[in-house]
Design a protein around this ligand. Structure first.
Ligand code: FES
Length: 677
């Protein structure tokens, strides 16, 4: 039986016996305890802090004596003097074991700390970034045993970090000799080592111990907006977030119009490539300024995007994506240098990782949603819908996942809607229509009160009531249907048919007036027949895509539905079901995941393991091409009715009664009878 002292680490519970005099860091490493070290145990970085616990530990069966750990040494005293150690804290590389002891590793000393917590059913993400910094000591040159400085740096990296092969680009190699001499043969290297087994790459070299943090950007490059999170690559913490409109909008609102711009204008693809790269560089600079960090501390960027944005970012003509068979130049994940993409606003050596695309119409953004929501790990059958200008749809469970995309167009984002606007202060986002009086009440972004509140006018004096945003138009159409102003085919009734003067004739069709402020020089906000048609087209495309995947899976219902995308967070589930955007499901089984693609990008930025996982998952996803499926057209036509021509909505009818109206015969007052269903 060993007489060596027993060491127990908390919170991991790992334990083992070590000879007297063993540094705590050494014991931790031997036991696989997650204890950080950047300087390799030289007492410089202070990342290895631990807290020894003293006294009786009945639970562990040990008594820890006051002198179980060596007294503070000169290195710790100096550190404490200069930087301060919290009470009870010790440097794990300096403190040695003297007798049985219980040692706590605080969260900030853990390398693989959890950063992105998902709901209980899903795993937590732990830090495992591709880019990290290390302080190493390099042997001094010796005339009798000649070797280059870089070769000796390689030796040090091999000995200290177990790195076999290390590459360096010329601009960084130029920094090596001055850095080594200035740092007295100690340098801090920023290393990029991904999950592919490719040689590690030195991204930067600084003299001595450089404790400045390094950062990464997680970018969701959408057709309409570009959103970025700046993350600390050590902690995973989001330091700042920012976004801007995609400047490519001037070449076409939706993806296909951008592809046709490229087809019809020589050099059009290059124009769009330059526009988006410049915007990303500006965004990087802007976010660095906001976070008050130098741009050259941004060492890595992860992109998620749809296939057309993917090709345009890479400078590849997207023409093939505009025509069958929709071939991608490559669907694989990509690891590049930021300079390959002419990106600025970050370190010249920064690396870029682009998630894999699933198919010609289903991009890396959908892969990022899959990474975040993990349908492939789900026990029950989940339908995930990412609503944007293009809807990305995933359906699956542990037995397999299917994916498709569906061209919904920009109607859900308030575009192509007569009174539509982006979600901004003054936009109507919620609306209710009284089924008896047919009078509306609504709420606008920027004001918590409804429009029938006595103070509403004064509360919205600043913003005004300016238009309807995406979630507002969905509610408006659904409420019109519930209130009997709209028949199942999507026809708006006239004043006589509906019994409200708010239904006014406009040309050959009718409009519903939500808000009329023309007397005060303000806007007149209506829902027109054209608006209804645009929403019907969008929702039919979405529903038909989901239904097509359900056919492929051989199911008639799904267990739960996740609405992804920033927009998904604002959609009222009841109204989405009344409209028939999504298949029927229990209302409490329809949830919002927020910007799941952005979360997926952050996960990939923080974790090499996650990159590997999504690359495998993407290969296993079955792609369904909506454009060539005859069934899609049939589903699309049936989904045109509100909520649907043939599919039942049993869960919806438990909570909502939809009137059975028909406004098709002019002058005939139909639509007063009501039935459930
Ligand atoms: S490992 Fe760097 S100070 Fe202990």
């Amino acid at each position: 039986m060993t007489t060596d002292p027993l060491v127990i680490f908390t919170p991991s519970g790992k334990r083992g016996h070590f000879p007297v005099g063993t540094p705590v860091l050494t014991a931790a490493r031997k036991l696989g305890v997650d204890l950080d070290s950047v300087c390799g145990g030289r007492g410089i970085c202070s990342k290895c802090q631990i807290t020894p616990s003293y006294g009786e530990f009945a639970k562990h069966g040990v008594t820890v004596a006051d002198d179980a750990i060596s007294p503070k040494n000169a290195v710790e005293d100096r550190y404490d003097e200069k930087r301060g150690l919290k009470p009870g804290r010790r440097l794990g590389c300096q403190a040695t074991i003297q007798s049985d002891v219980v040692i706590d590793v605080p969260a900030e000393s853990q390398v693989h700390r959890q950063v992105i917590r998902k709901s209980a059913a899903q795993r937590d993400i732990v830090m495992d970034p591709a880019t990290s910094v290390h302080y190493v000591k390099v042997a001094e040159p010796d005339m009798h045993d000649p070797s280059g400085d870089f070769e000796r740096l390689q030796d040090a990296l091999r000995n200290e970090l177990g790195m076999d092969r290390v590459m360096v680009d010329l601009p960084i190699l130029r920094k090596l000799q001055p850095a080594l001499r200035k740092g007295e043969w100690g340098v801090t290297v920023t290393l990029y080592q991904d999950h592919t087994g490719a040689p590690a790459r030195i991204l930067d070299i600084a003299p001595g111990f450089d404790e400045r943090p390094i950062y990464g950007l997680a970018i969701d490059l959408g057709s309409t907006t570009v959103a970025a999170h700046l993350c600390d690559l050590k902690t995973g913490e989001v330091i700042a977030s920012s976004g801007l409109m995609n400047p490519q909008i001037r070449f076409g609102e939706d993806l296909m119009s951008r592809v046709s711009y490229a087809m019809m204008n020589k050099g059009g693809d290059q124009e769009m490539t330059i526009a988006v790269r410049d915007a990303i560089s500006d965004l990087a600079r802007e976010i660095a300024t906001e976070a008050d960090i130098p741009t050259d501390r941004i060492m890595e960027t992860v992109f998620v995007c749809n296939p057309v944005m993917h090709h345009l970012l890479l400078g590849i003509d997207p023409v093939e994506l505009g025509q069958a068979p929709f071939a991608l130049a490559t669907g694989d994940s990509l690891s590049l240098g930021a300079t390959d993409l002419n990106l600025t606003g970050m370190n010249d050596s920064a690396r870029v990782y682009i998630l894999p695309c699933i198919a010609g119409h289903v991009g890396a953004d959908c892969a990022a949603v899959a990474l975040s929501e993990q349908p492939d790990q789900s026990d029950d059958l989940v339908l995930i819908v990412d609503v944007g200008t293009n809807a990305e749809i995933l359906l699956g469970d542990k037995t397999g996942v299917l994916a498709c995309s569906s061209p919904t167009g920009p109607a859900f984002e308030g575009a192509q809607i007569s009174s539509g606007q982006r979600a901004a202060p003054g936009a109507i986002e919620r609306i209710e229509i009284d089924p008896v009086t047919k009078e509306p009440r609504f709420r606008v972004i920027g004001c918590d009160e409804w429009s029938d509140h006595p103070d509403f006018a004064s509360l919205t004096a600043q913003t005004g009531v300016t238009g309807i945003c995406g979630s507002g138009i969905i509610e408006a159409v659904a409420e019109m249907r519930t209130a009997g102003l709209l028949d199942p085919t999507g026809l708006i009734g006239n004043a006589e048919q509906t019994g409200t003067p708010r239904c006014e004739a406009e040309g050959r069709t009718n409009v519903y007036v939500i808000h009329d402020d023309t007397a005060n020089g303000g806007p007149r906000i209506t829902v027109t027949q054209g608006d209804i048609r645009a929403i019907q087209l969008a929702k039919s495309a979405l529903y038909a895509g989901a239904r097509l995947l359900m056919d492929e899976k051989g199911v008639e219902t799904v267990d739960r539905i996740v609405l992804a995308g920033a927009f998904g967070a604002h959609i009222s589930v009841k109204h989405a079901l009344i409209l028939g955007m999504i298949p029927d499901a229990p209302l409490d089984k329809v949830t919002s995941a927020g910007n799941a693609a952005g979360t997926g990008a952050r996960i990939a930025l923080c974790s090499k393991t996650a990159r590997k996982q999504i690359e495998t998952t993407v290969r296993q996803i079955t792609k369904v091409e909506t454009a060539i499926e005859p069934k899609f057209q049939e589903h699309f036509v049936n989904a045109n009715a509100i909520p649907h021509a043939t599919d039942g909505f049993p869960h919806l009818t438990q909570v909502v009664t939809l009137p059975d109206a028909s406004f098709n015969t002019q002058g005939q007052t139909g639509g007063r009878r009501r039935r459930r269903g």
